[in-house]
Design a protein around this ligand. Sequence first.
Ligand code: SF4
Ligand code: SF4
Length: 111
Amino acid sequence: MAYKITSQCISCKLCASVCPVGAIKIIDGNHWIDPDLCTNCVDSVYSVPQCKAGCPTCNGCKKQPNDYWESWFDTYNNIVKNLKKEPDYWETWFNCYSQKYSEQLQKLNSK
Ligand code: SF4
Ligand code: SF4
């Protein structure tokens, strides 16, 4: 199976309407890709997977890794991406530390 609906899906139903082979099913309100029908949009008129292209979330329709190393790099890239979402971590830490240090210093000087 190449594509899978993830937990980020918000059930907008867009992918189900654009899939060229009708591989996206909705069961009890949950979207699901039938692996026997999904062609990855290969050999179709589209150059990109339509479910992923139209999904309003970042990872609602996500390509599944084919083997161990693809899975490993997929996990690694996700971790790095999440770390990069917090570029101000050390700056925040330093500002907080500086503020606390400054408060302690003021307390000591006022005695
Ligand atoms: S990759 Fe293409 S064929 Fe597969 S579920 Fe998505 S839209 Fe349908
Ligand atoms: S397009 Fe994305 S958010 Fe909408 S139903 Fe499909 S997977 Fe879920």
